[in-house]
Design a protein. Structure first.
Length: 229
């Protein structure tokens, strides 16, 4: 345990606050990916093509799913602070950040409140889970739309502008399409994973983008200090 604490201490000494915020956005999606891979390996009855991500909560991996979504929500919330502090704010940007924070809170609720068994009468827990899931899918594209003008007007983030537009539109279209899918569709799990993957990939790319920007800023600051001395 002490060795782990020493390693973590050294890592955090090498990183500044903004880099730690960026890593939160990078690590979160990777944790969710690890959960999906673990599900595919550990439970032969669970199908990544057929079954919803939510149904993991009904398998032997139920507790792991809870932990992963709670941690993911907290990491996204931390990363949201990184975006707030690093993108030049324009009109409606603050509201977009607030919605992204609610998006993170929704992920936590998805983990804590599991879905109902197939065919079961809806419970309070199941209703909260469904409400949180739909809220998450609805909040994300709206949050991106509100942040677009700021991303476009900030020269450091302009490279993310077109990608953000594509992700926002695709998320909205897939989220609406999800409402009209037949209940017994055999590839619902795949559809949902494309939808969720689109969302978390943006978080991953934005996290890497923020990390690169901060590393570049640190190098330039070091060069300036070296020249001045």
């Amino acid at each position: 345990m002490k060795n782990i604490e020493k390693v973590l201490g050294r890592i955090f000494k090498l990183l500044d606050a903004y880099e730690i915020l960026a890593l939160a956005g990078i690590i979160g999606p990777l944790i969710l990916l690890a959960l999906d891979i673990d599900a595919a390996i550990s439970d032969p009855k669970y199908s990544l093509i057929r079954d919803s991500i939510s149904y993991l909560g009904l398998t032997s991996l139920g507790m792991l799913q809870t932990i992963v979504f709670v941690v993911l929500g907290l990491l996204v919330a931390i990363f949201t602070a990184g975006l707030f502090l690093n993108i030049r704010r324009r009109h409606l940007f603050d509201l977009g950040i607030v919605l992204l924070a609610f998006f993170a809170f929704g992920l936590v609720l998805i983990g804590i409140f599991r879905t109902d068994q197939i065919g079961a009468v809806s419970s309070v827990t199941g209703k909260i889970h469904v409400l949180a899931a739909y809220s998450v899918l609805g909040l994300f594209p709206v949050a991106l739309a509100l942040m677009l003008s700021s991303i476009k007007d900030d020269p450091r983030w302009y490279g993310m502008f077109r990608y953000t537009v594509v992700v926002g539109v695709l998320t909205f279209v897939l989220a609406i399409g999800r409402l009209f899918l037949p209940s017994q569709i055999t590839w619902f799990g795949l559809y949902e994973r494309v939808l969720v993957g689109n969302v978390v990939t943006w978080l991953e790319v934005a996290g890497i983008w923020l990390l690169i920007l901060e590393r570049r800023r640190r190098r330039e600051a070091q060069k300036t200090n070296h020249i001045s001395t």
